[in-house]
Each structure stands twice: as C-alpha cells, then as structure tokens.
Design a protein around this ligand. Structure first.
Ligand code: SAM
Length: 288
C-alpha cells in the first residue's frame, strides 16, 4: 500500500478524487513523513492503545496510527473525505472506525463506552479554527483521555505552555495546566502542509494529570474568575472581577480576598499563578 506521507501519493489521491480543499474546515494536510514520525513518537502509541484521531483528512496520519495502535477511531466532518478513507487509503485496516461527524457535536462518552471506556490517546493535526473548543471538550468532559498529542498553531502551543508575566499567559494556559502537563515536542514550518498555512505550527503533547496540581473547593468559580480577569486584561483584578457579568462579587469582597492572600488591591490577573487563582476562589467562595 502506498503511504500518503510521500507528497506524490497525496497529490495522486487528491487528483483521483478531484478533491477541493475546504478552507472553512481548516484543511491543511500533512505531506512530510518526518513530521508524522515525530507526532507518533511524541504520542508513544502502542498496540494496547485506543487512539482517537480528530480530522483524519485523506488518512496520512491515520495509516500510521492503524499500524501502531490497537484501535483507531477517526472523526471527520467532511463527508467528501469518507469514501477516500474507507474505500481507498485506509480500506485495509480492520482496527479503524471512521465516524462522519462534527467532533464538537459528537457524544464522545457514548463512542468510548463502546471501547469499554479504556484509556484513550488523542492524536491530531487539528483544524486551527476550533483548537480551543476541541481541547476544552477533551479536558473538561471527564473522558478516559490519558494524553493529547496535537499539531496546533505555534502561538497557541506557546500560550498553553507559558506561565505568569508573559504576554501569552491567559485563560488557555491556566485551563490546560490545571488538567495536564504540556510539553512542546516539535516546531513545524508551513512547507510541511498542503496547502501551506500562513502561520507556523507546533506539536504539543498534553499528559493529563491523575489529580489537578492545585485543590480548589469550587472549580467552576475558579474558572469564572480566570475568564473574567483575562477578558479585561488591562484592568486591575478588582475592576475586572467586579465588572464581570458571570460573577456576583463586590469590590470590597475582592479587595478583602486579595489582602488575605497577600496581594495589593492594584494587582493584575496576569501575575497570578494557578495556585493563586485557586486560593482566591476559595477565599471568595467563603464570603458568598
Ligand atoms: N489529519 C490530516 C492531515 O494531517 O493531513 C488532516 C488535518 S487538517 C489540518 C484538519 C482536518 O479536520 C480536516 O480533515 C478537516 O476536514 C477536519 N475537521 C475540521 N473541522 C472538523 C470538525 N468540527 N470535526 C471533525 N473534523 C473536522
């Protein structure tokens, strides 16, 4: 069988099916075998694994995943790609199930129950236009996901990894770090894709924590505080939190909670660590 990581094969498949790239689905297919190798290595796939691939495209990574993993579930929104995957490029793999669905609408719990709710490794070259909602779904829905190894826009990978005091630090950094340990596995230039994206890319691996690194009484309140403080980044934390619609806290309460934590009333959210936000949520939670 011909491997698609050879660009000539990708071009042949695209021509055979007269496939038109759909910009609205973020279609930038991988055409570099070394990058596929790096993603598979970073994901540490073994024959015991159930792998969930989001957006298999014409199957470039899917082929390799089917060879390395026990079971592969591939979720693809574009119905024009389904006959290519199931009738051509991946037709010989008995351990592959292709689901023609929008990953954001799919009930992943139901699907994973069919695989005995065994631990799942997620591997994907993500559609960049919905990177954050996909990651939040995977992190928040209490699925049996053990790791997420994904290609994302380089800038987004940097946001996931960074800590307080940098311009990239924000709600995504804190959410990712609450649920997982991020590790930047590779930088990938635009010429590894067809068509070329106009941004740099990176492979990031998120290894999910068994238990969050900080404890907090009310997780929802902590994330509401995080969202509110980064929505109004330039404001002081006190003003950002008091103006937020999803919170009902007064200026006095926030000032008092900050004082309890040893922060000045003019502190900005971008200087607080995950553990500071957890302590702030606990302090405000007690007052409400
Ligand atoms: N994995 C392929 C590769 O590396 O060559 C394709 C990657 S391409 C960046 C993103 C893929 O995600 C496309 O195949 C696109 O059709 C698919 N996609 C976009 N939005 C999706 C969604 N909401 N649910 C499932 N798949 C989606």
């Amino acid at each position: 069988m011909a491997y698609l990581s050879d660009p000539k094969e990708t071009i042949a498949v695209l021509q055979r099916y007269q496939f038109n790239f759909q910009k609205k689905f973020g279609q930038n297919f991988l055409i570099d075998g070394h990058v596929v190798d790096k993603i598979i290595a970073a994901a540490e796939i073994t024959k015991d694994d159930v792998v969930l691939e989001i957006g298999p495209g014409i199957g470039t990574m899917t082929q390799r995943l089917c060879e390395e993993a026990g079971d592969v579930i591939a979720v693809e929104i574009d119905r024009n790609l389904i006959p290519i995957l199931t009738g051509d490029t991946c037709k010989d793999y008995k351990n592959l199930r292709v689901i023609n669905e929008d990953i954001l609408k799919l009930d992943l719990r139901d699907v994973l129950f069919e695989y005995g709710f065994r631990p799942v490794k997620v591997v994907a070259n993500l559609p960049y236009y919905i990177t954050t909602p996909i990651l939040m779904k995977l992190l928040e829905e209490r699925l049996p996901v053990v790791s997420i190894t994904v290609m994302v826009q380089k800038e987004v990978a940097e946001r996931m990894e960074t800590g307080p005091g940098t311009k990239d630090y924000g709600a995504l950094s804190l959410a990712v770090q609450y649920y997982a340990e991020p590790y930047l596995a590779a930088n990938v230039p635009p010429n590894c894709f067809m068509p070329r994206p106009n941004v740099g890319s990176a492979v990031i691996r998120l290894t999910l924590h068994d238990k969050p690194p900080v404890s907090v009484q009310d997780e929802k309140l902590m994330f509401a505080l995080i969202r509110a403080s980064f929505n109004q980044r330039r404001k002081t934390l006190v003003n950002g939190l008091c103006n937020a619609q999803e919170l009902t806290v007064t200026k006095e309460q926030v000032t008092e909670a900050l004082a309890e934590l040893g922060f000045s009333p003019t502190v900005r959210g971008e200087t607080l660590t995950l553990s500071d936000f957890a302590r702030l949520a606990d302090a405000l939670g007690k007052m409400r």
